[in-house]
Structure formats: structure tokens, C-alpha cells
Design a protein around this ligand. Structure first.
Ligand SMILES: [Zn+2]
Length: 132
């Protein structure tokens, strides 16, 4: 008979009654319980790793399952090098657009003044001018 805790081997009679290891003194039932708990923990660990591997492989599958054969060159380019942003439509409420355009109109006044001053300076100092 072999002890489950220390692997000591001895005759069954040496283990006595109740069964108890003559080497390390552990009760056989206690050693069995410890071994059982250890195996249970290992099984849980293996299950967790297996689950993780399954999730990883499904993620990889999703990526590799893209049908490259049927892709156009443009699709392929977009797949491997996707654009930062794509505008596929422009839909807004009228008042939102009105507000934006009004602000744009007012904001362009100082910008036009800057351009006008720049044009005057170009004309005066470099003779390049389209303003009279
Ligand atoms: Zn033992």
C-alpha cells in the first residue's frame, strides 16, 4: 500500500486501523480528501484554460473566415487598411443647418478681413494685386 501524501510504501498492516501512514502520520482518509481537492483544483484550472483557448480560437476564426476569394480589390484594401472615417450620408434638421450656416457666415467676416489686408499688403509691397 502506498501513502497518498508522501508516497511511502508499506504493508497494509503497517498502516493500522484506521489507516494511517507510518512515515508521515497522515490519516489515509485525510490524504484522500487532500488529493481529491488538489485534483479538483487542477481540473478547474484545465477547464478555465480550455475555455480561454476556445474563445481565442473563435475570435481567430471570425477574422480568418472573411472570404478573401470573393473580395474585390477595393474591399480587400478597405479590410486590411480601413479608412479612419467614412461619411455615407449627411442628414440634419433644418434649424441645425441654419444655425451652422449662420455661424459660418459670421465667422467668415474676420477671415475675409484678414485676406483683404493680406491682398492690400501684397499689392503695396510686391506689386501683386487684383484689388484697385
Ligand atoms: Zn505518508
Amino acid at each position: 500500500m502506498q501513502c497518498l501524501a508522501c508516497n511511502h510504501e508499506a504493508a497494509v498492516a503497517d498502516f493500522g486501523d484506521p489507516l494511517c501512514c507510518p512515515q508521515c502520520g497522515i490519516l489515509y482518509e485525510m490524504a484522500m480528501l487532500k488529493k481529491f481537492n488538489l485534483l479538483k483544483a487542477e481540473l478547474e484550472q484545465v477547464k478555465r484554460q480550455e475555455q480561454q483557448l476556445r474563445e481565442d480560437s473563435e475570435r481567430t476564426k471570425a477574422v480568418t473566415e472573411v472570404d478573401l476569394q470573393s473580395m474585390s480589390l477595393q474591399d480587400m484594401k478597405a479590410f486590411y487598411d480601413p479608412p479612419a472615417a467614412v461619411a455615407s450620408g449627411f442628414n440634419t434638421r433644418f434649424l441645425t443647418l441654419l444655425g451652422f450656416m449662420t455661424r459660418l457666415a459670421f465667422a467668415s467676416i474676420p477671415a475675409l478681413l484678414v485676406l483683404w489686408v493680406a491682398a492690400l499688403l501684397l499689392k503695396r509691397f510686391l506689386g501683386l494685386g487684383w484689388l484697385s
